[in-house]
Write a protein that binds this ligand. Structure first.
Ligand code: GAF
Length: 382
């Protein structure tokens, strides 16, 4: 991949580029918990964004997205989010973070390509943000550490894509470690790498091909619903600052009587934070079956309580629910489309893909895409 993109860059811009790879991510369990100061259990995958980049002598930024055959240019002095095409925002948003820190940036040329499916809940945008931040950190010798670059990449998403995402996606892309999941405390940003190489079990992603749009107000609405619950509880429990600090008893007392919908949303999060802790214990004990059952429970909560699933995701989960070869499965990521993550016994993978693809297409009239992924290292120079 490195030689291919470097050669294309040379043909386009006539210079030797720096090439940075930054992966997409999966998340085993702990969904919609990151912006509630909870825990998540993500990992980087072997699908990534690749950014080839080299400095210019002026203040212009020239970009090309190879896969879409689209170009975009802007002067650093006029940097702002762009409305009609989305992908430049992930790059420009990262540039903006350096400028906000007072770094005197020069212009650059960049060529982007990616095999992270777009809109599939695999954090294709975080991959581009992290690749850009990492590349600029290198080109301008700013020496930010990885955690700082995670935060800068998250801000890029907030400020240039308008999605008030938590920190999970950028953290997983930047900090991933081969064959390990990351148990991340989204409050303190303390993290632990937990080995995740399961003998005879594959990670199968099934893509509904329903393109989710996190920017579609629902994601930001969920954030506000969670914040509302915290505000009501805080009136009685001043030490509560996020749903991380909340118990179901507090919800019973202070939220349920006021608003059943807000109760349902926040109860899911409180349960999910606890479920993740228990799932991590299962994983460390090697009790994969117990962890898998919790993944199904997470799906049910996301679907029935947090209301971020959709018919196609539910269809895929119900299809595998009673299949002995499927250890655990759930919708993954922001929701409203995208992928399910399935832990499947290796020898059953080809048959499952064949059956579920045929039935999904028949039932929903849409093609299903299937990806068997492995866990990879995070952002790196190639
Ligand atoms: C999206 C967001 F970007 C993450 O921060 C996280 O909230 C996730 O949805 C849901 O767990 O991927």
């Amino acid at each position: 991949m490195k030689n291919e993109i470097a050669q294309k860059f040379k043909n386009l811009y006539g210079a030797e580029p720096l090439v940075v790879r930054s992966p997409g991510r999966i998340n085993i369990i702990g969904e919609h918990t990151d912006y509630n100061d909870g825990f998540v259990l993500p990992a980087a995958i072997d699908k990534a964004a690749y950014l080839a980049i080299a400095l210019r002598d002026d203040d212009e930024i020239h970009l090309k997205a190879e896969d879409m055959n689209e170009t975009f240019s802007i002067s650093i002095k006029e940097l702002k989010p762009v409305g009609d095409i989305g992908w430049p925002n992930y790059i420009l948003g990262s540039v903006a973070q350096f400028i906000k820190k007072g770094i005197p940036l020069k212009g650059f040329n960049a060529l982007l390509t990616s095999d992270v499916p777009i809109g599939a809940g695999l954090s294709s945008s975080a991959a581009v943000e992290c690749a850009t931040t990492f590349a600029l950190n290198e080109l301008f010798s700013t020496h930010y550490d990885r955690i700082e670059m995670v935060k800068m990449s998250q801000k890029a998403e907030h400020e240039y894509a308008g999605v008030m995402c938590g920190i999970m996606d950028q953290f997983a892309s930047m900090m991933g470690k081969k064959d390990h999941v990351i148990k991340l405390d989204c409050h303190s940003l303390e993290y632990e790498y937990v080995p995740f190489k399961l003998d005879g079990i594959k990670i199968l992603l099934l893509d509904t091909n329903i393109k989710h749009s996190l920017a579609s107000s629902e994601y930001n609405t969920r954030r506000k619903e969670c914040a509302q619950a915290v505000e009501w509880i805080k009136e009685h429990e001043p030490n509560v600052n996020s749903l991380r600090d909340v118990t179901e008893e507090m919800l019973d007392k202070y939220v349920f009587p006021k608003d059943e919908l807000i109760d349902k949303r926040s109860r899911f999060v409180v349960q999910e934070i606890n479920r993740l802790q228990k799932a991590c214990e299962d994983l460390k004990k090697g009790d994969i079956d117990a962890m898998g059952k919790k993944m199904f429970a997470t799906h049910d909560g996301l679907s029935e309580m947090y209301s971020v699933s959709c018919d196609e995701l539910d269809y895929l989960i119900n299809f595998v629910r009673n299949n002995d070869a499927v250890i655990g499965a759930r919708m993954m990521g922001g929701g409203f489309g995208g992928c399910t993550i399935n832990l499947v016994k290796e020898n059953a993978v080809p048959g499952l893909i064949k059956d579920i693809s045929a039935q999904y297409e028949k039932h929903n009239g849409i093609k299903l895409d299937a990806y068997v992924v492995s866990i990879s290292d995070g952002t790196e120079i190639m």
